[in-house]
Design a protein around this ligand. Structure first.
Ligand SMILES: Nc1ncnc2c1ncn2[C@@H]1O[C@H](COP(=O)(O)OP(=O)(O)OP(=O)(O)O)[C@@H](O)[C@H]1O
Length: 341
């Protein structure tokens, strides 16, 4: 058997190397051996969120797996056939539902039939895409690439208790479409939403007022949403920028002891930095577009910087797929081009 060897200490050295490797192993049927998993993190090895992704991937493609335990730094994964169907997975805390879903979706899009996945965990986490980001930014772009799905968030889940409930219906891809996102086009609208769970509405108001002043947002485009059925108190501020060719969303998380003004300032700073650049795609979206574009066989986008996540993900993808990913600086922005070889 031919093995793909992935050294998890390379480049960014985090969980994305493992997740992208799993997605591609399921999709291509190639066996993979991971070593030095998350060696770049202060607590290396497989954490709860990664373990859920591994076990979910194993179930979906009947894989033979060894090393799938918490803190393990090595894993082997021999994929079998992808099966569409109904699945349910639990992150057992506030681990990111979005990251687990992103791991599984490429395989489910390539399955023969429709699938439904229910997942419990965190919906709005720091350092991960929120389910709002998936719903409003990433999945609509996947849709344009021919990969359709419907994501419902039945309950929000915040750190530390989690308990968010999401459900996604995934439809098989008939034909991948090429997507080119070189320009963002004209700004159509800026809006902001503050999600609050057992947090006073005055916190949401303070956040929204800062966004209103700094980003010049109309009052009618601001809203606070009470999501109090969440298992623990929580707050997420979402700033949405809708352009002619795509939507970007910046999400910052409010935690106990963090001032509402700071939560709002972080979101405004991220949005401002993006608005000031001429790139179409923000830094987080950039690394999350690479894999689907490589699966589609072709694609391109502009972004503002070459993050470690972007360059490391490109290396992992090229270990599995016969493609070429060019990342180069052109006119004060970064142009990323993906082509089949
Ligand atoms: N605010 C954000 N909005 C959207 N996506 C985000 C945001 N913050 C981080 N991400 C995305 O989350 C992913 C994080 O990957 P990373 O490998 O760091 O995560 P992880 O598995 O939780 O790992 P680790 O604990 O190893 O850091 C990246 O794809 C990144 O683009």
């Amino acid at each position: 058997m031919q093995w793909i060897e992935i050294d998890g200490s390379k480049g960014e050295g985090g969980g994305q190397i493992l997740r992208s490797g799993l997605s591609l192993s399921m999709l291509t049927g190639k066996a993979v051996r991971f070593t030095h998993i998350r060696a770049g993190r202060s607590k290396p090895g497989i954490m709860r969120q990664h373990l859920t992704a591994i076990l979910a991937a194993q179930q979906i493609c009947a894989a033979q797996v060894s090393g799938a335990t918490l803190n393990s730094t090595e894993l082997t994964f021999i994929p079998g056939q992808i099966k569409s169907g109904d699945y349910q997975f639990d992150l057992g805390g506030a681990g990111s539902c979005a990251l687990v879903l992103q791991t599984l979706l490429p395989a489910l899009w390539s399955a023969n039939g429709e699938s439904r996945v229910r997942l419990s965990g965190g919906t709005h986490n720091p350092m991960a895409p929120s389910t709002s980001f998936l719903q409003q930014v990433w999945l609509p772009l996947m849709d344009r690439m021919g990969a359709k799905s419907t994501l419902l968030v039945h309950r929000c889940g915040f750190y530390p208790a989690g308990g968010g409930e999401v459900e996604i219906t995934v439809y098989p891809v008939k034909q991948w479409q090429t997507l080119h996102l070189l320009q963002r086009g004209k700004l159509i609208e800026i809006g902001a939403q503050s999600l609050i769970a057992d947090v006073p509405d005055s916190v949401a108001r303070r956040e929204l007022n800062i966004v209103k002043q700094q980003l010049k947002v109309e009052e009618s485009k601001l809203s606070s949403v009470d999501v109090s059925s969440a298992r623990c108190a929580g707050n997420a501020l979402l700033v949405k920028l809708q352009f002619e060719h795509l939507t970007e969303l910046f999400c910052t998380i409010g935690t106990k002891g963090k001032a509402a003004a700071k939560v709002a300032q972080e979101a405004c700073d991220e949005a401002q930095a993006y608005l000031t650049s001429t790139a179409a795609v923000g830094e987080y979206l950039a690394d999350q577009l690479l894999l689907p574009m490589a699966i589609a066989g072709e694609g391109s986008f502009t972004t503002s910087e070459i993050t470690d996540h972007l360059s490391t993900n490109a290396l992992v993808i090229c270990q599995f797929l016969n493609c070429r990913i060019d990342i180069q600086s052109v006119d004060q922005r970064i142009e990323v081009t993906i082509q089949k070889q």
